[in-house]
Design a protein around this ligand. Structure first.
Ligand code: C2E
Ligand code: MG
Ligand code: MG
Ligand code: MG
Length: 286
């Protein structure tokens, strides 16, 4: 009986694809089509100096045609794109787009603005990644120093020697290097010390947990601030700039200012917007 049942369930499994598998296939073919048909868009989220005095850069964030009911959030489709390899054409498209826009901002009167682009693990480890990136810079005429590359701690910690080699080559090109979502992965401090880096971006989960007051109400609230303070000090002791992402409230900003964080990014200061709207914001805050 048990045998019959297991045979049955095996058959059911085969004739009737699992809903997630079906969903994944659909998602994959839609994503493939979206890339081919130019249904992707790049938005730019302003990055501010800690005093909220000026915009210092923007992070490029890919969007899948938000008007389409078929669209998915990057948190859904980036991991899939990574698994299927679609991240390579997708990531290169975002990089080229972002570099071209940044060069446009520069020539329109903002030569100091940098653009930050997320590189996924697979893209970062691609054999000819540095060569490709170099030719995109040449093609768009963007100076290397105006480009910041973000990799996650997990990407950085994957293969120390390989990461070190790639980061060194990027560093020598003059590209800025940032560790994204810092605090959520497993990078060791000795790695951080040996990588040529410019910036740590504290993951937004830590910022979300920052409390509304500097006065600790309980030891838990105190420890939230203490953790962020420790990350900022660690960054500074390694000679890195420290940025906070996901800043949504004035009190979070206030705490980050007190802790001497260097840059902030989040809904409080600006949501991701189109390249044209970003340029408009630069004009408004000039
Ligand atoms: P990330 O690089 O850590 O990007 C920050 C994410 O936080 C973005 O989500 C942004 O919209 C969101 N965010 C910014 N400020 C706030 C805030 O104040 N509150 C809240 N709740 N969220 C905020 P998004 O655009 O959905 O992107 C999610 C992730 O997808 C990114 O995380 C990044 O890992 C990945 N991603 C996005 N675009 C690309 C891309 O072009 N290439 C690659 N490889 N990954 C990308
Ligand atoms: Mg990022
Ligand atoms: Mg991040
Ligand atoms: Mg993130």
């Amino acid at each position: 009986r048990a045998k019959a049942q297991s045979r049955n369930s095996y058959q059911v499994h085969h004739s009737d694809p699992q809903p997630e598998a079906l969903g994944r296939l659909t998602l994959e073919s839609r994503l493939r089509r979206a890339i081919e048909q130019d249904q992707l868009q790049v938005l730019y989220q302003p990055q501010w100096d800690i005093n909220g005095q000026k915009i210092v850069g923007a992070e490029a964030l890919v969007r899948w045609d938000p008007s389409s009911p078929e669209s998915f959030s990057p948190e859904q489709f980036i991991p899939l794109a990574e698994e299927t390899g679609l991240i390579l054409p997708l990531g290169e498209w975002v990089l080229r787009r972002a570099c071209a826009e940044a060069q446009r901002w520069r020539t329109q009167g903002w030569p100091e603005i940098t653009v930050a682009v997320n590189l996924s693990m697979r893209q970062f480890q691609q054999q000819d990644m540095v060569t490709r990136l170099k030719s995109i810079l040449a093609e768009t005429q963007l100076p290397a120093a105006a480009l910041e590359v973000e990799i996650t701690e997990t990407t950085a910690a994957k293969d120390f020697e390989q990461t070190l080699e790639i980061l060194r080559r990027l560093y020598h090109l003059g590209v800025k290097l940032a560790i994204d979502d810092f605090g959520t992965g497993y990078s060791s401090i000795s790695y951080l010390k040996r990588f040529p880096l410019h910036k740590l971006k504290i993951d937004r989960s830590f910022i979300r947990d920052l409390n509304t007051t500097m006065v600790p109400l309980s030891r838990y609230e105190k420890s939230d601030i203490a953790v962020v303070a420790a990350i900022i000090d660690l960054g500074h002791s390694l000679d890195l700039r420290v940025a906070a992402e996901g800043v949504e409230t004035l009190s979070q900003l206030d705490i980050l200012q007190n802790l001497k964080c260097d840059e902030v990014q989040g809904f409080l200061l600006g949501r991701p917007v189109t390249a044209t709207d970003f340029l408009q914001q630069l004009r408004e805050h000039a």
